[in-house]
Design a protein around this ligand. Structure first.
Ligand SMILES: *[C@@H]1O[C@H](CO)[C@@H](O)[C@H](O)[C@H]1NC(C)=O
Ligand SMILES: *[C@@H]1O[C@H](CO)[C@@H](O)[C@H](O)[C@H]1NC(C)=O
Ligand SMILES: *[C@@H]1O[C@H](CO)[C@@H](O)[C@H](O)[C@H]1NC(C)=O
Length: 976
């Protein structure tokens, strides 16, 4: 049910009005993934089905609505909600709560609605509802072991409550004897006792409610075999009464009807008597005679085993407007079955074994009938005159549901129904439509023909429908061969649904000219290969092209500007197409003309920046508000990808392979951005500078299922997430550290790095470094003379540069020093330099063969280069490991790493080939680094190249900006 509501909402949002498009994205986020954690939007926290075992502790304190249904809460200790004193609405349904402490709801002084439906409560503490003076609606239904709450000894539970709605359905109540405390509950209007074990209702039980104005009373589904005569005399005001499926006989029911004489009864349900077939199997003129004194307007008799209706059976229900006789055993109706119903407007006869339209019986209500439902009846064919003459009928539904039998429509079979506005023939077996079958339906506005077997249509199939607004032909077998002018008569058409057919080149023949009012068009799930040109339908506002073959490898699209005339289009979906193989065409003007587009969906469509080979592809959409790029294999976003989108409200980038956000992704002050999902990517670092300028305006940020590196960089995020309540799923342990390995799986919310003591740590590390340097020195002097110079050099300068250390960015000349063996030089120049220096963003590399200063000792050159570079890339091959440079360069970089950045290595290891473990093991330094840090492996598979480069860039971080000129003085000072 919730799903349906969600979908309905989603569709509604896709209409041109598009109020709160970000809401729409929230709905999508909610719909598409099983949740873990809470989604907080405005003042509502949605924590449905999130696997929670406890109530989250860090929700925003001002939330008013909290949905915790479908979790694993088993107990509610005292003060569970005391941090949420503004709650008005609390849903705890479908948990496993069996332990409710007396003060569980303390501090909820504003709470109006509480649902504990579908839990395992066996009893209730006497004072549990005391703290809830504002409570109006209480649902205790579906706690099937809760049987004694109405016992006299428990009467104090209800003291001081003033409920309007009280739901006790699906418990195990054996009697409806309400204790005395209920006499004070003067506002009770709706009482539900359905699905209990109540065997009898006596007057004394309800004595407390004497004089009270009940509106709704549901006693259905009880094994009730006795109702004390006069019991219902109390309920003169009851408007809606449900007596479905009780163990009563027809004469018992007639006794009840007599009690209700003079009552305000509007709705009566006596459904589901199918297990007591003797009750309603044959309706007679006297069946309802005792209801003559009521003004019953709606009668439900669904699933009650009605087989036979005599003439005039409903004659005493002169006020009846709605009659539901669905799911019975009626195969025919006598001519006067409905006579005496002068106001009947809605008749539901669905799911009865009629083999023909029961047209004769309808004549009795022909002057009033507006809606006729005949779904799921075994009628094969409709003939002219089957419905007789029903001039007021506006809605006719003959959907086949699961067993559609309708195969044939005769020409003019709907004559006699001139007022029809909605005709539903969905889910049948229609293979075609005879010429002019609908002509005469001048008022028809909605024609639903989906899920039939229509393969052929005539040019005149839709003639005579000047007012048709919606035509649904989805789910048929239509191919390309529609007559050219088929839609020509439909001058008023606003919505055309052609989804789920087999169109491959629909627009080759069909002309959309003349559809001057068309606003919505659905072409999803066809085989469209050529992207049609939508020039004739410039009024289009919503266009769905998802799940087609647009841009598949065989056909590249013909038009360069397929949407050029759609200046009114607000919603466009290209999701689930194969955009990754656009070839040989200039793609830069692809979106040209879409000046009003607010919502663009390109989920599962491939990385758009790559397919279009254009970093500014979305710049043609200035009005864009919602962009869905989920599940598209995106590894890296270009800088300034959304730089011009000042109205952007929501972006869904979930389920991609994004390693980090580039700087300047959004406009400098993206005040409109409210929702951003980066769920299920590969984000490990969250540098404040790349997020800070936009996150503080967000209402929803989803970063679940990423791989966070726990270091000082993430500290700002933790603090902000804890205080803002904007980070989705922050509760419930979905955010954990992935690295370093010592912190793996530790919840991010409780990670508290000690970054403040940087100075003391620094001193400590310098000291230990000095000691190890000393040891190393001895070792080096002994073994390799050339180490001595380097070690002395580094040690001598360590203290001089303390100040520099605090601002490392100022002193770097290069982004990275590349350490490699000269035998691997080809890879370095052909791949590394090409991709990093000439790419976007572009990095400044220090390559020995090119950048080393002549006339200086090589050790000195290495030391200088390492010092002047922010990072060191080690290109690890067998050659490299076996050269003595390996240890030396690692050591040089490691030394600096310890001094300047105690938390993060500045070393990036790139393995160009597999180096046997035993070789790695022999080199202690290399082994340490490999075990501690992650490293990159050059992929053999070329297709994984982009991912490799994206990861490498991520490891390198932002390049030094063109403006960040190194502080030459400092460098000079260092090097002189
Ligand atoms: C919860 O509160 C009730 C009443 O204030 C008290 O009797 C009970 O001991 C409390 N339970 C716990 C576990 O503190
Ligand atoms: C919550 O209720 C308890 C007990 O009723 C009370 O002592 C406490 O002050 C209340 N806290 C707030 C924040 O209202
Ligand atoms: C019946 O309904 C009418 C209007 O809805 C109301 O004025 C009247 O008081 C009701 N009668 C009873 C007995 O509740």
């Amino acid at each position: 049910m919730q799903l349906q509501t969600g979908q309905a909402r989603q569709q509604k949002q896709a209409t041109p009005r598009l109020q709160g498009v970000a809401c729409w994205l929230v709905v999508i986020l909610l719909m598409t993934e099983a949740l873990s954690g809470c989604v907080v939007h405005h003042l509502s926290a949605d924590c449905r089905s999130s696997g929670l075992q406890e109530v989250p502790a860090h929700l925003p304190p001002d939330v008013t609505h909290l949905d915790l249904s479908g979790n694993h809460l088993s107990s509610l200790p005292n003060l569970t909600f005391s941090h949420l004193p503004h709650l008005l609405w609390l849903d705890l349904s479908s948990n496993t709560i069996d332990d409710l402490e007396p003060d569980a709801f303390a501090n909820l002084t504003l709470l109006q609605v509480l649902s504990l439906h579908d839990n395992r409560l066996r009893s209730l503490p006497t004072s549990v509802f005391r703290p809830l003076p504002a409570l109006r609606s209480l649902q205790l239904s579906g706690n099937w072991e809760l049987w004694n709450v109405l016992a006299p000894r428990n009467q104090d539970i209800w003291k001081d409550l003033n409920l309007e709605l009280f739901d006790l359905s699906g418990n195990s109540l054996e009697s409806a004897a309400f204790p005395d405390t209920f006499s004070a509950m003067k506002s009770l209007k709706k009482l539900y006792l359905s699905g209990n074990q109540i065997q009898s209702f006596s007057k004394a039980d309800f004595a407390k409610f004497e004089g009270q104005d009940f509106q709704t009373l549901d006693l259905s589904l009880n094994p009730t075999s006795r109702v004390e005569p006069g019991f219902f005399k109390v309920f003169k005001s009851v408007d809606d009464l449900d007596l479905s499926q009780l163990d009563l006989s027809l004469s018992d029911l007639q006794g009840i009807f007599a009690d209700l004489a003079g009552a305000n009864l509007t709705r009566l349900k006596v459904n589901d008597f199918e297990f007591s077939p003797s009750v309603f199997s044959a309706l007679r003129p006297d069946t309802f005679e005792n209801l003559a004194g009521t003004s019953l307007r709606h009668l439900g008799m669904s699933s009650s085993a009605v087989q036979d209706i005599s003439d005039h059976s409903f004659r005493d229900l002169a006020e009846l407007v709605t009659l539901d006789l669905s799911l019975n055993a009626l195969s025919r109706l006598p001519q006067q079955a409905f006579s005496g119903l002068p106001k009947l407007q809605v008749l539901v006869l669905s799911s009865n074994p009629f083999s023909q339209v029961p047209g004769e019986a309808l004549a009795a209500v022909s002057l009033t009938l507006e809606t006729l439902e005949l779904n799921d009846v075994p009628v094969d064919e409709i003939h002219p005159g089957d419905f007789g003459n029903l001039p007021r009928l506006t809605h006719l539904s003959m959907s086949g549901l699961l067993n559609g039998r309708l195969q044939e429509l005769s020409p003019r079979c709907f004559q006699g129904l001139p007022g029809l506005t909605v005709l539903n023939l969905q889910q049948n077996r229609l293979a075609g439509l005879p010429d002019g079958v609908f002509s005469g339906l001048h008022n028809l506005q909605v024609l639903l023909l989906s899920q039939n077997r229509i393969a052929q249509l005539q040019e005149t199939s839709f003639s005579g429908l000047p007012n048709l607004r919606v035509l649904d032909l989805s789910g048929n077998n239509l191919l390309a061969s529609l007559p050219e002018r088929i839609f020509h008569p439909l001058k008023s058409l606003e919505e055309l649904r052609l989804n789920e057919n087999s169109f491959s080149n629909f627009f080759g023949a069909v002309k959309l000219n003349g559809l001057n009012k068309l606003r919505r068009m659905n072409l999803t799930s066809n085989n469209l290969g050529l992207l049609p040109i939508f020039d004739p339908v410039s009024t289009l506002e919503v266009l769905d092209l998802s799940d087609n073959q647009v841009f598949n490898e065989k056909v590249t699209y013909v038009s360069e500007r397929p949407f050029r005339n759609l200046s009114n289009l607000v919603y466009l979906s290209l999701s689930d197409n194969r955009l990754d193989v656009i070839q040989k065409t200039d793609t830069s003007s692809f979106f040209e003309g879409l000046g009003s587009l607010k919502v663009l969906k390109m989920s599962q469509t491939g990385d758009p920046w790559k397919s279009f080979r254009n970093a500014t592809i979305f710049y043609a959409l200035p009005a864009l508000r919602v962009l869905d790029l989920s599940s598209s294999g995106i590894a890296a976003l270009p800088r300034k990808a959304f730089w011009v989108h000042s109205h952007l409200e929501g972006v869904d980038l979930s389920n991609n392979e994004i390693l980090s956000l580039p700087g300047q992704l959004f406009p400098p002050t993206p005040t409109s951005l409210q929702v951003l999902s980066l769920r299920s990517n590969r984000i490990s670092v969250l540098p404040e500078t790349r997020y800070d300028y936009f996150v503080r305006g967000l209402e929803i940020l989803d970063l679940r299922d990423n791989f966070f590196q726990c270091d000082c960089d993430v500290r700002w995020f933790i603090a902000w997430a804890n205080s803002s309540g904007v980070v989705q799923g922050w509760e419930g342990g979905t955010y954990t550290c992935s690295s370093p390995s010592s912190l793996r799986n530790k919840p991010l919310s409780s990670y508290n790095p000690d970054c403040m003591t940087y100075t003391s740590l620094y001193a400590c590390i310098v000291t230990t470094s000095l000691i190890s340097l000393y040891i190393l020195t001895c070792f080096a002097v002994h073994k390799y003379g050339w180490w001595f110079g380097y070690v002395f050099y580094v040690a001598g300068r360590t203290f001089r540069r303390r100040e520099v250390a605090r601002n490392p960015a100022r002193r770097f000349r290069y982004d990275a020093f590349v350490a490699y063996s000269s035998r691997d030089e080809r890879w370095v120049t052909e791949e590394l330099v090409r991709n990093l220096e000439n790419g976007d963003p572009s990095y400044r590399l220090c390559i020995g063969a090119r950048d080393f200063v002549g006339g200086v000792a090589i050790t000195e050159n290495i030391a200088r280069s390492v010092e002047a570079s922010r990072k060191t890339i080690c290109v690890v091959t067998r050659n490299f490991v076996q050269s003595s440079w390996c240890n030396y360069e690692l050591q040089a970089s490691e030394g600096r790493y310890r001094v300047f950045d105690p938390w993060r290595s500045n070393l990036v290891l790139v393995f160009l080939e597999r180096v046997p473990d035993r070789v790695v093991a022999r080199h202690k330094q290399l082994r340490t680094v490999v075990e501690r840090d992650t490293y990159l492996v050059w992929p053999r598979d070329k297709r994984r190249g982009p991912l490799f480069w994206a990861r490498l860039m991520d490891a390198l971080g932002e390049p030094l900006g063109q403006n960040d000129q190194p502080d030459l003085d400092l460098i000079e000072e260092d090097f002189v």
